[in-house]
Design a protein around this ligand. Structure first.
Ligand SMILES: Nc1ncnc2c1ncn2[C@@H]1O[C@H](COP(=O)(O)OP(=O)(O)OP(=O)(O)O)[C@@H](O)[C@H]1O
Ligand SMILES: [Mg+2]
Length: 568
């Protein structure tokens, strides 16, 4: 393979640990080690005065300077700010993720030279807002995110590579159906994929963006804290540093319990100390409901794909938390098959991302791809419309979940009344018929409609949804030249000026020249999840909900695996 101008780099930006990989000269994925000599880097950021420390050393600071340490910022993506102040300041989660990306890139560049382009992974269950925030983190870190790819899909690609599926000699292999169970530190994803030679097609996906190894840690923390309270009548969770020390002990004990039948957890606070012994059995009991949630979602996904366990050829385990023996046992029971642990649970996702980056770079160089990925959307997308019969607002879905991407969907609505001046289209993501229970992605308004416009004039809303989960909305009003191509303005995402300012701040200016970003405020504002607002119903399009929207695969949008170059 010839040497490329840009290395093919894939990054698994995890909730608890991140990994960076590249393709070597033979096109094989290889994990790059960080400055500490490790393959995985804790996604933890420590603000030590002017100094920003990322990784292992930042994780240690949880025990001593917890209020200056940010962990699990990935869970806050989609919110305006990280959920608490750090050293008295507010930071957007995109910026915290960018610091992690910056560290990965900086350390990797010492080994492979300049990195300008990469592929970053996201949980399959991430919604549009979180996907955009992930791309923004890449921009802030000064890299061009050529594409974002779903983590279970990336793991399946790495698995396919390992199994020799991309080898042209094997291209006529029989199609295999694989269920990827990905339990990481902060998120859970399950995806059913069909792999046939060079084609990787997702059939269904589901998950939980607030369920992962951290929740298992928390159960241990609570177990020990309750024991501590019983003995000494004080709660170590009250103090951030004591809580930080206890969490580190518990995470360590959890790993021990994957290898041994029991573990000891030390806890000290206010001059008291205790060592709590916990057995694997007790650990299973206090976390059983978490495991059950993953089993429930797994069953649902299989059903959504229209399959039974008999149709599944492999159950592929990914994510560090899939090392827990209870996970393996549960899947064995559920599927009646031996779960496949042949890929590295820590590295597979980054390896798949690097393979995808290789395909994109080759495509840009005019080489036809050696494999193709087809994804499905993880959440339904619709608009808020007034139901003709009930006159109540409804989520009128244009693209149901688990639709293969890319896709263009159209749905025709009607104006509300004669002489209507404007139309407001609110775009929502979610399954509920009630817009209040969906997240609002954005809104767009078609203004200055002709004064004589009749009531019930058809309005066509078109959604174009790309494979990387990005959405374009087009609205046209019949009989008028009024057309709108929509740039979504998201409530909880940074403006271009803010992104530029963070980019300057984080990726490489001399500290002496760093301007204080204008939007860094000390005032505490929490950003609740956005809900679709009701205020504009008068101008919502009306829809006959008995008529479903029509959807067609997008013929023009399907380039090699959904290439999206946002920053050009
Ligand atoms: N041997 C083990 N036993 C139990 N849990 C483990 C073991 N090794 C790692 N873990 C857990 O796996 C999690 C990290 O896994 P991984 O790196 O796949 O997640 P992540 O990529 O950070 O998160 P996500 O994919 O959810 O964003 C942590 O919660 C860690 O405690
Ligand atoms: Mg992960």
């Amino acid at each position: 393979m010839s040497k490329r101008k840009h290395p093919a780099v894939g990054i698994d930006l995890g909730t608890t640990f991140s990994v960076i990989s590249r393709l070597d000269d033979l096109g094989r994925p290889q994990t790059l080690i960080n400055a500490e000599g490790d393959k995985i880097t804790p996604s933890v950021v420590f603000f030590e005065g002017e100094n920003v420390v990322v990784g292992k050393e930042a994780m240690k600071a949880v025990a001593t300077d917890a209020d200056q340490v940010a962990e699990c910022a990935k869970r806050d993506l989609g919110h305006r700010f990280y959920h608490r102040l750090l050293g008295g300041r507010q930071y957007p989660p995109e910026a915290l993720q960018a610091w992690v990306l910056n560290k990965l890139r900086f350390d990797a560049e010492k080994q492979i030279g300049s990195i300008q382009k990469c592929v970053v992974t996201v949980p399959a269950y991430f919604d549009e807002v979180r996907r955009k925030a992930t791309q923004d983190a890449g921009y802030i870190a000064g890299v061009e995110v050529m594409d974002i790819i779903n983590e279970p899909t990336a793991a399946a690609v790495a698995f396919g590579f390992q199994q020799g599926y991309m080898n042209p000699a094997n291209k006529d292999q029989e199609k295999k159906k694989i269920l990827v169970y990905d339990l990481g530190g902060g998120t859970f994803d399950v995806t059913v994929m069909e792999i046939g030679g060079p084609d990787f097609n997702a059939l269904a996906t589901d998950g939980d963006v607030q369920l992962g190894g951290r929740d298992w840690d928390q159960r241990l923390v609570d177990y020990v804290a309750e024991e501590f309270i019983r003995k000494f009548s004080c709660d170590p969770r009250e103090d951030p540093n004591a809580a930080g020390r206890l969490w580190r002990e518990c995470e360590d004990a959890k790993r021990t319990l994957s290898a041994r039948q029991k573990a000891g957890i030390a806890c000290d606070y206010k001059g008291h100390a205790v060592r709590v012994e916990i057995s694997r059995q007790t650990f299973h009991e206090i976390t059983q409901d978490l495991l059950d949630r993953t089993a429930f979602t797994t069953r649902q996904t299989l059903q959504a794909a229209g399959l039974t366990w008999a149709d599944i050829d492999r159950v592929l385990l990914v994510g560090g938390s899939s090392r827990m023996p209870a996970v393996v046992e549960m899947l064995r029971q559920l599927s009646g098959k031996e779960p496949d642990q042949s890929v590295s649970p820590d590295e597979a996702v980054a390896h798949g991302a690097a393979l995808h980056a290789g395909i994109l770079l080759a495509y840009h160089e005019g080489v036809s791809p050696s494999f193709r990925i087809r994804n499905v959307n993880s959440h339904s997308l619709g608009v808020v419309a007034t139901d003709i019969k009930t006159k109540r607002p409804r989520n009128a879905i244009l693209i149901p979940r688990n639709t293969p991407l890319p896709v263009v969907a159209r749905r025709v609505f009607k104006t509300h009344k004669a002489g209507q001046k404007s139309i407001l289209v609110q775009i929502v993501e979610g399954e509920s018929p009630s817009p209040d229970d969906c997240s609002q992605l954005g809104k767009c308004t078609v203004r200055n409609l002709p004064p004589e416009l009749a009531a019930q004039t058809p309005i066509e809303v078109r959604f174009k949804y790309e494979e990387d989960g990005r959405l374009t909305v087009m609205v046209s009003v019949e009989g008028t030249k009024k057309q709108l191509k929509h740039e979504i303005t998201r409530e909880n995402s940074l403006t271009q000026d803010q992104l530029d300012s963070w980019r300057k701040y984080i990726s490489g200016l001399d500290p002496a020249e760093r301007p204080e970003p204008a939007h860094l405020s000390k005032e505490v504002r929490t950003a609740p999840p956005t809900k679709a607002a009701k205020e504009t119903l008068d101008y919502s399009p009306e829809v006959d909900l008995d008529k479903p929207g029509s959807k067609t695969p997008d013929p023009g949008g399907s380039s090699a695996s959904g290439i999206k170059r946002r920053w050009n």
